[in-house]
Ligand binder design. Structure first.
Ligand code: IMP
Ligand code: MG
Length: 179
């Protein structure tokens, strides 16, 4: 069924059951890779809040989670800046970090955030993202280790992702119609 979010019409893309099954699989992969390492997950707000909640419950190894809020804004040029709006209080030194993102689009957010993390001398940093749009990636240095779904360069909402702040609560993922 089509859904209306603000002024746009979206059509079903990936249903909640398919998402849930994929996350169980990601959880098993992470469990196998992080046995005995007590990973620290860092969720990037706002978009990752639902994926982070489901992913953490799909993991059995002892683990911790914290969140940061990164704001990206556009200046007069076409390149966006990323600022850390809420920082991390944890000591990251020697920790195994798994960043939890809703979507890797251009890669700009991770390109700005990962050097900040590395300054704090973690033992390792990997990225777990619900979605990635490989065709949109403009920062090839960004390596994604755990991907829920790779999708074409189309605009999606639901499962935490928004269109102008709305649509995050949709349990399924939807794609903009007639794009
Ligand atoms: P980046 O370009 O990889 O830095 O991604 C920036 C942010 O853009 C993501 O964290 C999302 O919040 C947002 N974004 C990118 N593509 C979509 C989309 O299709 N729907 C909703 N938000 C998106
Ligand atoms: Mg986001």
């Amino acid at each position: 069924m089509l859904v209306q979010v603000l002024d746009r019409c979206f059509e079903p893309y990936i249903d909640a059951a398919t998402i849930a099954a994929r996350i169980v699989h990601l959880g098993k992969e992470i469990d196998a890779d992080y046995e005995g390492l007590n990973p620290l997950f860092i969720g990037i707000l706002n978009g990752s809040f639902i994926f982070a909640a489901d992913l953490l419950r799909a993991i059995s190894v002892p683990a911790e989670i914290s969140f940061v809020k990164l704001a990206s804004y556009k200046g007069t040029s076409s390149t966006g800046n990323v600022v850390t709006a809420i920082g991390l209080e944890e000591n990251l030194s020697g920790r195994h970090i798994i960043i939890v993102e809703d979507i890797i689009d251009t890669g700009r957010t991770m390109h700005a955030f990962i050097p900040e993390l590395l300054q704090r001398q973690p033992a390792s940093v990997k990225i777990a993202t619900f979605l990635s749009k490989p065709e949109a990636l403009v920062y090839p240095d960004i390596q994604v280790h755990y991907t829920g779904f790779s999708i074409p360069n189309k605009f999606v909402v639901g499962y935490g992702l928004d269109y102008d702040g709305m649509g995050r609560n949709l349990p399924d993922l939807y794609v903009l119609k007639d794009q």
